[in-house]
Design a binder for this molecule. Structure first.
Ligand code: GLA
Length: 731
């Protein structure tokens, strides 16, 4: 996990002598100001555009000083971030600053404010703010400390509080369901409380997401206007609240969802909340996305900044019907079109009694089925190596089926409320293992560890999670209120062990598609499976929403068969490829069903993708025309950080005769550079864009964009009209 900064130098205190209690954390373009005066409540004073020298004195910081970490005792009542029950039953807490310091870290600074309650001096809270300067990101979290002899019960323990003192603020959030992830929801903030939460225990981005944006200048725009983006970095139950009172100021709080999770903080114990990460930009939603992407690549993703391989996954090609001969053929097929990795999905394992031939049994029994892979996993890895590609495999280690030897042996290892019938999930038989239990943690780690020991040639793992907690109860825990929190602790302990033992392994995070896509779990992973829905038309929307916070490098986008297995839609191969090429390109089909001509199209596309892979996966994203705006077109582009290359994507989302597609001005280019335009993924080898091969200035492209023909000449139908263009700076 790439989360460790090196602390350097002794504490550096910033600020003007006359207002020594003010602590300023600057990033490249933003400033955060907190008042921390000894004996007083810590106060949140400012977050926004970077302050110049003198602004601290002259600027109107938030005059209405709000507690930086509100509790019920605040004079101007704010929803509380912290709520506790003291050992004597007192349900109030009063935080007063004891000390504060700023220390320099690699890439930024950290402000730590130590507070205690004068009435209960053994109850302490340390509030942290850490900056990632180049990425314009702030991370905040708290340590809640009980130095007393008796337990304190935490009723609410948010990660952070952010007041937004603006009028016409709009909220942007992501909402979805299986196969329809990350739909953009844009709404003006009305008075009252808006709550966004996830509380299914283990795959909490199934419906709502713990990431939001606030547009401070009315309805949000892509590349202009002031926007704050915030992400609670937690894979477990979460709750975001935006409270808007009559004064029209908004208070944003985010943390672990306290519902069913009151936490008993024992003697001498410290509870550290997950991080809340936020970013301010005056370049609209796109500016915030780019900050999150840069930060995600640098500090969060394992192997961030290293582009992912082009792969073939076996799932939609063969489902459970795995046999070695077919697997060899598929490995050869992906190699032949220029791919670099072959992944065997579900269905390769089980036990003699419970072979995994469908989703009803076998989870938990992680032995290779010899009838499917007679030479084992290492045999497959060796084979792939011999033909010059890498090999990966699917696991779902946090689960078992009722039909498994594991469950027969350890019925007490599964989650389920005491005295109640078990409530199985997928296949009518799937159960969640109780990761609160250290023995189960060993088992889950062992699933991956055993694979890697018997097959060290495996270089990629798809880690799936297809069920959730719907009958909460841990046979292991004494305090059932701790179940959700201890599950996540158990999981992260396992993932720490995995990363320590296998630092180079690429691991994909999957949960029936994108139900775990979030910055809570991604730090242990390289990428995520964006959605089980591989229909290119719907993927444009899913990938669009996902791109608000997550970089293309991590977004697995696979070309699948037509008709599509989820929607039945018939979509030409070029369009499917043009959509998948805007993320981490892969394939999820049976290549033997492709015609020679289709294989050729795939081969050319892979070769073309390799010329823009770095720019797509590690460049700066500019979303240009949203599929949610219903203009009949969606378009986005990526620019390399030095702006010498760009990749432009344009997809028709609706064709109506007589309606000309809107012109899309580009963004992010250098106005003073000239760019040679190359059309990629040409199906017949012929360009359709009149500009193919021409040189045009960045300035022209950013004010005019391309004139794209009203009709596609490739296919009989105009519905499936798309273009991918590469722009290379020329001297
Ligand atoms: C989940 C995943 C799919 C596939 C299946 C296998 O649904 O999202 O990609 O791996 O499980 O059972």
């Amino acid at each position: 996990m790439k989360r460790i900064f090196t602390a350097i130098a002794a504490a550096v205190l910033l600020g003007v002598p006359a207002m020594a209690q003010k602590y300023v954390i600057d990033t490249k373009k933003t400033s955060l100001v907190i008042d921390a005066e000894e004996g007083k409540a810590p106060a949140f004073r400012y977050y926004g555009a970077r302050l110049a020298e003198g602004d601290l004195v002259g600027a109107q910081l938030n005059t209405d000083k709000r507690s930086a970490y509100p509790t019920r005792l605040d004079s101007a009542p704010t929803p509380d971030a912290l709520s506790v029950e003291m050992p004597d039953g007192n349900v109030t807490v009063d935080l007063r600053v004891e000390s504060a310091s700023i220390s320099a870290l690699e890439g930024g600074k950290e402000l730590e404010i130590c507070c205690k309650d004068p009435l209960y001096p053994t109850f302490k809270v340390r509030i942290h703010y850490r900056s990632c300067e180049a990425e314009d990101m702030i991370e905040t979290w708290t340590d809640i400390v009980n130095e007393g002899k008796k337990p304190v019960v935490l009723h609410r323990f948010d990660s952070g509080f952010l007041p937004i003192d603006e009028g016409d603020v709009w909220l942007v959030s992501l909402h979805g369901s299986w196969g329809n992830e990350c739909k953009l929801v844009t709404e003006p903030l009305a008075r009252g409380t808006r709550e966004i939460s996830g509380h299914n225990g283990i795959c909490n981005n199934a419906i709502a997401h713990s990431e939001v944006m606030f547009s401070l200048d009315g309805e949000p725009r892509e590349n202009s206007g002031r926007v704050i983006g915030a992400a609670l970095c937690y894979g477990g139950n979460f709750e975001l609240r935006v409270v808007t009172k009559n004064d029209s100021a908004h208070r944003f709080l985010a943390g672990i969802c306290p519902r069913d999770s009151w936490y008993t903080l024992g003697k001498g114990e410290t509870f550290t909340t997950p991080k809340l990460a936020y970013s301010w930009s005056d370049e609209g939603m796109g500016g915030v996305s780019r900050n999150f992407h840069r930060w995600g690549r640098k500090y969060m993703l394992t192997h961030g900044g290293e582009p992912g391989d082009i792969l073939l996954n076996s799932w939609e090609g063969v489902y459970f019907d795995i046999n070695e001969e077919d697997m060899h053929r598929m490995a050869n097929d992906i190699k032949a079109i220029g791919g670099e990795l072959f992944v065997i999905d579900d269905g390769w394992f089980g036990s003699e009694k419970y072979p995994r031939n469908d989703d009803k049994q076998g989870l938990g029994d992680w032995s290779v089925l010899p009838e499917k892979l007679p030479h084992g996993i290492q045999g497959m890895a060796d084979y792939c190596k011999s033909i010059g590609i890498k090999f990966g495999i699917w696991i779902e280690p946090e689960m078992c089926n009722i039909g498994s030897e594991l469950y027969e042996k350890h019925p007490d290892w599964v989650i389920g409320a005491k005295g109640r019938d078990i409530v199985p999930g997928r296949g009518g038989s799937q159960l969640v293992l109780d990761l609160c239990n250290p023995a189960v943690q060993d088992h889950v780690f062992g699933v991956l560890d055993n694979i890697m020991k018997q097959a060290p040639g495996v270089s990629y793992i798809k880690w799936d999670c297809n069920y959730l907690i719907n009958s909460p109860g841990s046979p292991y825990l004494k305090n059932q209120n701790h179940l959700y929190i201890e599950y996540m602790r158990g999981l992260t302990k396992v993932l720490d062990r995995v990363r320590e033992a296998y630092p180079d392994l690429a691991i994909q995070l999957c949960s029936s598609g994108g139900r775990r896509v979030g910055w809570g779990l991604l730090p242990w992973f390289d990428e995520f499976w964006t959605s089980d829905n591989t229909d290119a038309l719907q993927r444009i929307r899913i990938q669009w929403g996902t791109s608000l916070f997550f970089p293309a490098e991590a977004m697995a986008c696979h070309v699948s068969a037509s008709p599509n297995h989820q929607t039945g839609r018939l979509i030409p191969l070029k369009y499917r490829i043009d959509v998948a090429m805007s993320g981490r390109l892969g394939f999820e089909l049976q290549p033997s069903k492709l015609s020679e001509k289709e294989r050729e199209i795939c081969k050319n596309a892979v070769a073309d993708y390799k010329t823009i892979r770095e720019t797509v996966q590690c460049g700066d994203l500019y979303r240009l025309m949203s599929p949610f705006d219903k203009k009949g077109v969606a378009s986005l582009m990526y620019c390399s950080p030095d702006k010498t290359q760009a990749a432009f994507f344009w997809w028709r989302t609706e064709f109506l005769r007589g309606e000309h597609p809107p012109r899309v001005p580009l963004a992010g280019l250098d106005p003073d550079m000239n760019y040679r335009i190359t059309e990629l993924n040409k199906v017949e080898g012929e360009p359709v864009m009149a500009l193919d091969g021409k040189v045009v200035s960045g300035r022209f492209l950013m004010s005019n964009g391309f004139r794209i023909p009203g009709k596609s000449s490739y296919f009989g139908s105009n519905d499936w009209h798309s273009h991918v263009l590469r722009l290379d700076a020329v001297k």
